[in-house]
Design a protein around this ligand. Structure first.
Ligand code: FUB
Length: 310
């Protein structure tokens, strides 16, 4: 993997009135952002990469990492992983879909869905690449054994140190499942269970915790005009990391892309949602990552996120 530190200035962040200048990356097309804050005080975004010209999701490849300390200036750390680094991948590459990254004891675990060369529909595996650096030198270690062929991995570590793995979607009607991970972050600890109580689940689960409440956000199956087309982001709340979940409705309207996908993170005292829209390309399958602030009500419910820059 390359370490290409490119300072992208003047194209993103907050304007004077403290609103995000979306999209935050304009020199390439990016989607499915997972935002993480690590001990070095930076906020990192781990997105997937859309191929230009747009030909759907098949040629998505070459994951980059972006980071910031001020939500204004973003560094592109360059490509950290490509399908050619993946043993079980398709010879022609592509299909490097929505990733996640988690840190435990100074090691960064990068989770990515990738199908085999023979059957892209039912052969998805969740690969794990490992590094001691959050944005470079990732080496593929293999994949998590014992999973269903679902997409969109997500990892959450609870306050007691227990790690949880979630993933879901990939085929129409496929579920979202969750379970425990062992301390080594690459093996399941017990059974993966279907997550109960989620309305209209489509794909892209992301779990976080705030004030003792567990949240799962996810894209639903909506595809009509609202006035924009595409999936809506819904959310559910729970008292436990593996549910049962209580559906709470829509927290992000369609962004103009066929898909939606997002993550929520706290940074420097504010909460942000990262997601993608089509503002840069005007095409629903050439996406660009964005963020906007998230506001919670007293009872913990989430106010609908106002999209900036669409
Ligand atoms: O970007 C490729 C796939 O589309 C992701 O894995 C899904 O979440 C959807 O955004």
């Amino acid at each position: 993997a390359l370490i290409t530190a490119v300072l992208i200035s003047g194209m993103s962040g907050f304007a004077a009135e403290n609103r995000a200048q979306n999209p935050i990356v304009t020199h390439m097309f990016t989607a499915d952002p997972t935002a993480r804050v690590w001990d070095d005080g930076r906020l990192y975004v781990y997105p997937s990469t859309d191929a230009y010209p747009a030909i759907g999701c098949s040629l998505m490849d070459g994951y980059h990492v972006f980071s910031t300390v001020d939500m204004v200036n973003w560094t592109d750390h360059g490509e950290i992983l490509h399908s050619r680094d993946v043993e079980w991948g398709r010879e022609e590459g592509g299909f490097m879909w929505a990733p996640d990254c988690m840190c435990r004891n100074g090691t960064y675990y990068y989770y990515f869905p990738h199908p085999s060369a023979t059957d892209r529909k039912t052969s998805w595996k969740t690969g794990v690449a490992v590094s001691t650096n959050p944005a470079s030198e990732f080496k593929v270690k293999g994949y998590i054994e014992g999973l269903d062929p679902l997409i969109d991995p997500n990892v959450f570590i609870d306050d007691d140190g227990q790690a949880y793995f979630y993933h879901g979607g990939g085929q129409k009607g496929w579920p979202v499942k969750g379970g425990k991970l062992k301390e080594n972050m690459v093996e399941l600890d017990g059974e993966m269970l279907p997550m109960e109580g989620l309305e209209e689940f489509h794909e892209g689960p992301f779990v976080f915790k705030r004030k003792g409440i567990y949240y799962m956000i996810y894209p639903d199956r909506h595809s009509g005009e609202l006035p924009k087309k595409g999936n809506q982001m819904r959310y559910a709340m729970s008292k436990k990391p593996l549910g049962p979940w209580e559906s709470k409705g829509i927290m992000l309207d369609p962004t103009g892309c066929h898909t939606s996908h997002g993550s929520i993170v706290e940074y420097k005292g504010k909460w942000y949602m990262f997601y993608h829209n089509y503002a840069l390309s005007g095409q629903n399958n050439l996406r660009s990552i964005c963020f906007d602030e998230v506001f919670f009500n007293e009872d913990g419910t989430i106010q609908k996120v106002v999209q900036t820059g669409d």
